[in-house]
Ligand binder design. Sequence first.
Ligand code: ATP
Length: 351
Amino acid sequence: MESLVKTYASGGKRATDEVSLEVADGEFLVLVGPSGCGKTTLLRMVAGLETPDSGRVSIGGRDVTDLPARQRGLSMVFQSYAIFPHMKVRQNIGFGLTMRKVPRDEVERRVKHAAELLHLEEYLDRYPAQLSGGQRQRVAVARAIVVDADVLLMDEPLSNLDALLRLQFRAELKRIVGQLGTTTLYVTHDQAEAMSLGDRVAVMREGKVAQLGTPLAVYDRPADRFVGGFLGSPPMNFLTAHVRDGALAVGDATLPAPDELSTWEGRDVLVGVRAENIQVDASAQPGWVPAQIEVVEPTGAALLLTARLGDEQVKVQAPTTFPAEPDQHVYLRAAPESLRLYDPATGLALA
Ligand code: ATP
């Protein structure tokens, strides 16, 4: 994708604003971002279902910008998995091959293989109405992978599934696409899904790519406040700190700064810190910051604490063994290397 711009006739703003992205051969790249950020528009331009105002799309080194969708060597799975109700699973999966006039015995063989990959063998002679939502979704995926396209495009393919099925199928999808090694571009608004599936994720905001990187890199070092707030549950904490004598003053407390901050001396910065990087203790220790617990939420694996630290609220992940009570006074500490600093005016990470 090279400088892709798309403005819809009805809306003045650009749905995608000069987006350039390269998906490596065999890579699984996830486009993730809040509703309306332009993910689907970008995917549809790659698919050939939407014409860019400007910019180019190339696949395997071939410029396909002016080619119709069917000549781009793509396979697609969409949220509304359009499987045909009047065809059995077998015919649904083989549909793309039959259309391409693939010989019947080869269709048979490839359908069988795709059905095996998706655990659908025993449903091949059923109609879609006789399947669960998750099974239908698997049929849609089987139908997309059976044609063995160069590129697989998926737009929220799991969104019709309930939470548990979604988690199960997410892992299956990762296994299958991993085995096939097909270059994949995948759209979701679900940050956990993006992190779980992507070799890399492109976090989008208002028609642009805010950050591109491996899930862990983007999670660990968000390029700006938006990305830190979007990825992760809970979102990254952001505290306003005043730089004093090279250290970070948050209210009455002082945190050691992770980086050299001389150019920020006397000014405010935003400190980004993840809930799991904050330690909590009931008794005072040198260098720990006093805070007061407001809310205690057990998540099962941990306790999510909302604590007040001066004028700020922070989310802290504590072990379930920590005896936390609302209104309790506690002490917090974050290792300096886990702190990320941002410009409060622009929200961008300090270099
Ligand atoms: P979602 O997660 O809600 O599907 P998205 O990130 O996929 O969102 P797009 O569907 O690409 O976002 O939409 C990007 C912008 O373009 C939005 O502001 C949307 O309102 C606008 N838009 C999308 N499709 C059309 C259309 N057919 N006509 C006019 N505006 C559109």
